[in-house]
Design a protein around this ligand. Structure first.
Ligand code: SF4
Ligand code: SF4
Length: 415
């Protein structure tokens, strides 16, 4: 992006108006937040100065490269506001139940946590559950996040609390509804037929707001039906599709052998998406754990960096908190030693051993050590390594390069 273009994009109609944070200084330069297109852009110090920003104490030392050390704070925090949910999806990543977890936090606790995250300079909150749309205080939390300069986004199943959500939907940046398949395919992934209800929720939400999208967990049962998801999103005029890899956490541990994509599907993901996008140009986001499935196709690493296609950045670019306030590196990861709370994040963030294996990605093993994409991918999904190999520090066993390395064969690249 040309610098002048970036400066124009950053201009606010009324700079006195309160709004989301637009800049955060980092040792490498800083991060600027664009409203249109919605993006966080990493800039070096020269570019930050050109845009009129000052790094203050963060620029006192020498300029470092992005990734050389953790960011000064996460870019986003995923807050699981409750573990209550009546849907009982067979692969629920957090094993949510109608009763929820013992010791769940209330609105006062979450506001305190949001204050702590705001003090650190976090840009976005991803609010989820359980089913957070059913919480009577969800609007209070979203409004509090806004008042602290953060953009709250929401993920909902669309199965509960939609009437109340319609009244507060304007408070969110983006609302995504979980749809893992269109029509009967929904039930093959979730274990019950909730498509019609989720579809109705999407219809109602879309009448009120443009930024409504889909969250789709890609499994071996819906992989061949992704074209239907793209067609559905276009038909409902949705703003984005976020595709997530199935993770072995919560009830997903038990259903992992049945639902996780096959090696062939992992290898075919990128060519499949390119084909679908040629037919149906769309804003598609891939979750961090899919990065090895892109990198294995020799995609230009510079372009990936420009588009911020990073892999396992838990405990660095992102953090999460359980319904009880326990801080984790990401929504799927086990709590770190000592079980810090999310409102203690500032103190924990700078500890030498914070987030254990997540921050130790530079101590890679082969084939990650010699992989061009390692600075971006960081060794793949720690949650999958932990579940499949019993050690989160090992390379992601489902990365096609790792699979090929294990078999000692040359990876057949699909282009
Ligand atoms: S372990 Fe890493 S790659 Fe896997 S979901 Fe968490 S942050 Fe993403
Ligand atoms: S070999 Fe390692 S670093 Fe390279 S893409 Fe695979 S998991 Fe990522």
């Amino acid at each position: 992006m040309k610098w002048l273009g970036l400066r124009r994009l950053l201009e606010r109609p009324d700079p006195q108006e309160p709004g989301p944070r637009v800049f955060r200084a980092e040792a490498f330069g800083g991060i600027v937040q664009l409203a249109k297109p919605r993006a966080l852009v990493f800039v070096d110090r020269d570019r930050a100065r050109f845009l009129g920003y000052d790094g203050d104490r963060r620029w006192n030392g020498a300029e470092t490269a992005l990734g050389e050390r953790p960011l000064s704070a996460p870019l986003e925090a995923h807050l699981q506001l409750t573990n209550r949910c009546g849907a009982s999806c067979s692969g629920c990543y957090t094993a949510a139940t109608p009763q929820g977890a013992a010791g769940e936090w209330g609105p006062g606790d979450w506001k305190r946590a949001i204050d702590a995250l705001a003090e650190m300079g976090v840009f976005h909150l991803a609010l989820g559950g359980g089913e957070s749309a059913a919480l009577p205080w969800l609007g209070e939390i979203a409004a509090h996040a806004r008042s602290r300069g953060m953009i709250p986004n929401l993920t909902t199943s669309g199965l509960d609390g939609i009437g109340e959500l319609l009244d507060i939907v304007h408070l969110f940046g983006q609302v995504n509804v979980s749809i893992d398949g269109v029509g009967p395919i929904y039930a093959t992934v979730r274990g019950f037929d909730g498509f019609a209800r989720a579809d109705e929720a999407i219809r109602l939400l879309r009448e009120k707001k443009r930024e409504i999208g889909l969250n789709t967990v890609v499994t071996r049962h819906n992989f061949d039906h992704l074209a239907d998801i793209f067609r559905y999103a276009r038909w409902r005029r949705l703003s984005e599709i976020e595709l997530l890899r199935f993770k072995p956490s919560g009830r997903g541990v038990g259903s992992y052998p049945e639902l996780a994509c096959t090696s062939e599907q992992h290898l075919a993901l990128w060519p499949t998406l390119k084909r679908l996008l040629r037919r149906n140009p769309y804003r598609v986001r891939l979750d961090c754990s899919f990065t090895p499935m892109i990198a294995c196709h020799d995609v230009d690493a510079g372009q990936m960096a420009q588009l911020a296609v990073y892999g396992c950045t838990g405990g660095d670019f992102l953090v999460a908190a359980r319904a009880t306030g326990t801080l984790t590196a990401c929504s799927f990861a086990a709590p770190p030693l000592g079980k810090p709370r999310v409102d203690q994040i500032a103190e924990y963030w700078t500890q030498e051993d914070a987030f254990g294996p997540f921050r130790e990605w530079r101590r890679a093993r082969e084939p990650c050590t010699s992989c061009t994409y390692h600075p971006l991918c960081r060794g793949g999904c720690r949650v999958v390594s932990s579940h499949v190999l019993g050690d989160p520090a090992l390379p992601d066993p489902e990365c096609p390069r790792v699979v090929a390395h294990a078999k000692r064969v040359t990876l057949p690249l699909l282009r």
